[in-house]
Design a protein around this ligand. Structure first.
Ligand code: SF4
Length: 375
């Protein structure tokens, strides 16, 4: 058994542990971010916030999919007033997104938003901004300073590079907030240009310990959005930067959660249960590896939903198409299968434990994964 466990961990042991950048802790509702707390997944509703029923329904779906913190658009007083009613019906923290209007920010705080997101660059009256900060301080409401490359203050737009401009704007606002004796802040530096966004966060991360919310803005339709976010958010996570993430997609926000989970898993920041690795298949493969892998993936998702205990154990599952490269990968996984003609060899802890017919392969693999959780 001891020998089996030693061999089982090979792939996980080989993973490089990336050190997280140290940040201060910020409490958003019941979720702590920053410091060593898990990188939180955020999303944003696309309902009319005044429509409490539709907004709550969407938030519940997002929460079930794995969203940790949700943001709603507050574009008028009706939306600000709806916050209280929405919060009574949901469990995850709610962030109010406000542009231009200090009055709406004050109303969102009064209606118990767990955090507000503002872009100080589009609040002209700094005395009113200070009023919002003072009210947030009294109520213990954190504020995200949301910098966007498209709305930088005049003083920094002369900066040659967008990244430098965003970083300077962030430092200027952090200084303003701290002069107001307010440190309960999170910062985001969003741009649709991925290299600029990466450079801005990298620069800022060396100059402050404020937790950073990562995202690529206006990333586009699902394929573009996922690729840009994977490059942008993923690069920073691999640098140890980032305390919350949002994958912005033009489409169903549920896709954002799935993509965010996969980015966090791929960058080694979080685990959500079994991790599936699979060969891309080639002319050597003699089984329908795509269909088999899709079936394993689908069934694993169902298992994870039915048995939350599965989430607690990071098992690496390998599905490989042939006897050339398959056994090597399957051996290093916790549980793996390497197919040949009509049959598959199941590996556990580095050795073959059973040879099965293709039609029984998925069932056998899944029962072994479940057995590992109950042990
Ligand atoms: S494991 Fe085999 S079938 Fe899959 S890509 Fe590699 S060589 Fe091809």
């Amino acid at each position: 058994m001891e020998r089996r466990q030693r061999r089982c961990q090979t792939l996980r042991q080989n993973k490089i542990m990336i050190k997280r950048r140290k940040t201060r802790t910020v409490l958003i509702g019941n979720v702590r971010i920053g410091a060593g707390h898990p990188v939180a997944i955020q999303s944003m509703t696309n309902t009319d916030t005044r429509d409490v029923k539709a907004t709550v329904a969407q938030i519940k779906k997002l929460e079930k999919a794995g969203c940790d913190i949700v943001r709603v658009a507050v574009r008028d007083m009706g939306s600000a007033l709806a916050i209280k009613k929405i919060k009574e019906r949901i469990r995850i923290p709610l962030v109010a997104d406000i542009h231009f209007s200090p009055s709406l920010a004050l109303a969102a705080i009064e209606n118990r938003a767990d955090k507000i997101r503002i872009n100080p660059g589009n609040i002209q009256d700094k005395a009113r901004l200070a009023e919002v900060i003072a009210r947030a301080k009294t109520r213990g409401t954190p504020i995200r300073i949301g910098i966007n490359s498209g709305s930088l203050p005049k003083e920094v737009t002369s900066h040659k590079k967008a990244a430098g401009g965003m970083c300077r704007a962030a430092l200027k606002y952090i200084d303003f907030f701290e002069k107001c004796k307010f440190s309960n802040i999170v910062v985001s530096l969003k741009s649709s240009d991925v290299p600029s966004m990466i450079a801005a966060y990298r620069e800022l991360s060396t100059k402050t310990d404020v937790p950073l919310h990562l995202g690529v803005t206006s990333a586009g339709l699902p394929m573009d959005g996922i690729v840009k976010s994977s490059v942008g958010i993923g690069s920073l996570l691999c640098d140890g930067i980032g305390d919350t993430v949002r994958v912005s997609i033009t489409g169903d926000p549920l896709i954002e959660i799935d993509a965010a989970k996969r980015i966090l898993l791929a960058s080694g920041r979080r685990s959500f249960g079994p991790e599936l690795i699979a060969c891309p298949s080639c002319g050597r493969c003699q089984v329908d590896i795509v269909r088999i892998t899709e079936e394993v993936d689908r069934e694993l998702q169902k298992f994870v939903n039915r048995h939350p205990k599965l989430k607690e154990k990071h098992q690496i599952i390998a599905v490989m198409g042939c006897e050339v490269n398959g056994p090597g990968e399957a051996k290093q996984a916790d549980i793996g299968i390497a197919f040949g003609k009509n049959r598959g060899a199941i590996f556990e802890g580095g050795k073959i434990v059973k040879v099965v017919e293709v039609k029984n392969a998925v069932k056998e693999l899944l029962s072994r994964i479940m057995k590992g959780v109950h042990e």
